[in-house]
Design a protein around this ligand. Structure first.
Ligand SMILES: Cc1ncc(COP(=O)(O)O)c(C=O)c1O
Length: 397
């Protein structure tokens, strides 16, 4: 039988820290996750022994760096079930990935429509607006769950862009159902996997999406690096940025571009960051994504049930499949005050609108307290959160 009680926090040096004399309980993983020792060592060893620019040199170090960078790409490709590493582009993160798609497709999107959901992060709203598209939200039920059967696709719908999991509610959206509907209308689908890649096994072929975006730093790797999966059928879209490394031939009159992935990687990428994603994938795969999902589910459900059973607490969202984030408020107590007091108790949560202002309007609140979980969090962490909230309440009684 699988042992769900293993303490993975030992792999994460920062989690040994005490904050205000108390063991750190880190519940701000949706903002960024902590890094295991293996990822920290990979980053440091890369700069100590292999650092060089990639793809452009004939010398030894450049070949080693290029090889490590491409190996990381192949690992990502395998991890998300892509057909070919050529479908994987390293970007600066989820925000950058979505902006790149919006910018490349601007001529098609301008004056037309992008379907999103009402739970999106601003990163999956603003890039489409900048590309000149109008946004329409897929209808939701009272728990903010999408209703795929109510999707209305018109001639002007040129993209469906949906988060896989909400960074506020933790609800997992029915992305596969949505891509199936989109396919009937030949509309491309972008999935924002910023809040799912670290929690659930993901297979782009199974989901059937055309684009998948995620960030390294939320999946135990470095900041400033991310991934954009682009399915082969979009391999010839115009690159959104130009520069070194992505061209076939340049003249002053005209430039031709390489095939993906290099076509979409202008300039020097975050080489060490990409390699750190490879190391993070190794770390997660050694544990097993199914194991991570089940273990996290135990802790997540435990915390959620306890919160739901606490008087004077409103917990937002509710669906069968949830992961990562739980948002709530204590009656009559501002989310910011709750967060400040929890911090003094060594518990790191996030408060505010979580870059999801349209969702906050739907929930009828300016902000929430968000506790977000990772594979190293335990039921003891959830208990510390609950105890902390009790103290907050006593202070405001
Ligand atoms: C659902 C979702 N999409 C996009 C982003 C943006 O990610 P990044 O800031 O790493 O680009 C976030 C960050 O919290 C997110 O939760």
């Amino acid at each position: 039988m699988t042992d769900y009680s293993k303490d993975y926090s030992k792999d994460f040096p920062i989690l040994e820290k005490e904050i205000y004399g108390k063991r750190l309980v880190y519940l701000d993983n949706a903002a960024t996750s902590q890094k295991p020792d293996s990822v920290i060592r990979t980053l440091s060893e890369f700069y100590r022994s292999d650092n060089s620019n990639i793809h452009r040199g004939v010398h030894y170090l450049s070949e080693i760096s290029s090889e490590r960078y491409e190996k990381a790409r192949a690992k990502v490709s395998d991890f998300i079930g892509a057909d070919d590493p050529g479908e994987v582009t390293f970007t600066a993160g989820t925000t950058d990935s979505i902006n790149q798609v919006a910018c490349s497709l601007k001529p098609i999107l301008e004056g037309n429509e992008v379907l999103i959901s009402g739970v999106e992060h601003h990163s999956n709203i603003v890039p489409w607006q900048l590309a000149g598209a109008k946004l329409r939200a897929i209808p939701m039920d009272e728990d903010c769950n999408l209703l795929p059967d109510s999707i209305e696709i018109t001639d002007r719908t040129k993209m469906i862009a949906i988060s896989h999991a909400s960074n506020v509610l933790g609800s997992v959206n029915p992305v596969k159902e949505i891509t199936e509907i989109a396919k009937e209308h030949d509309v491309p689908v972008l999935v924002d996997a910023a809040q799912s890649i670290q929690h659930l096994p993901i297979d782009v072929r199974d989901i059937g999406c055309d684009f998948l975006a995620f960030s390294g730093h939320k999946m135990y790797a470095a900041t400033g690096v991310g991934v954009l999966y682009t399915s082969e059928r979009f391999s010839d879209i115009m690159p959104s940025r130009g520069g070194g490394g992505m061209i076939d031939r340049v003249t002053l009159e005209r430039t031709t571009y390489l095939k993906p992935p290099l076509r979409f990687e202008a300039g020097t990428p975050h080489i060490a960051g990409a390699i750190s994603i490879g190391a993070a994938i190794d770390y997660m795969q050694n544990i097993g994504m199914d194991h991570i999902r089940k273990r996290e589910h135990e802790v997540y459900s435990y915390a959620r049930e306890k919160l739901l059973g606490t008087d004077g607490v409103t917990v937002y969202g509710n669906t069968d499949l949830m992961c990562g984030s739980i948002s709530f408020n204590l009656d009559e107590i501002h989310h910011y005050d709750t967060g400040l007091i929890l911090d003094k108790l060594g518990i790191a949560v996030r408060t505010g609108h979580h870059c999801a202002q349209p969702l906050m309007r739907t929930l009828g609140t300016e902000g929430t307290v968000r506790a977000s979980f990772a594979l190293y969090n335990t039921k003891e962490d959830a208990d510390r959160l609950l105890e902390g909230m009790e103290k907050v309440r006593m202070m405001y009684a």
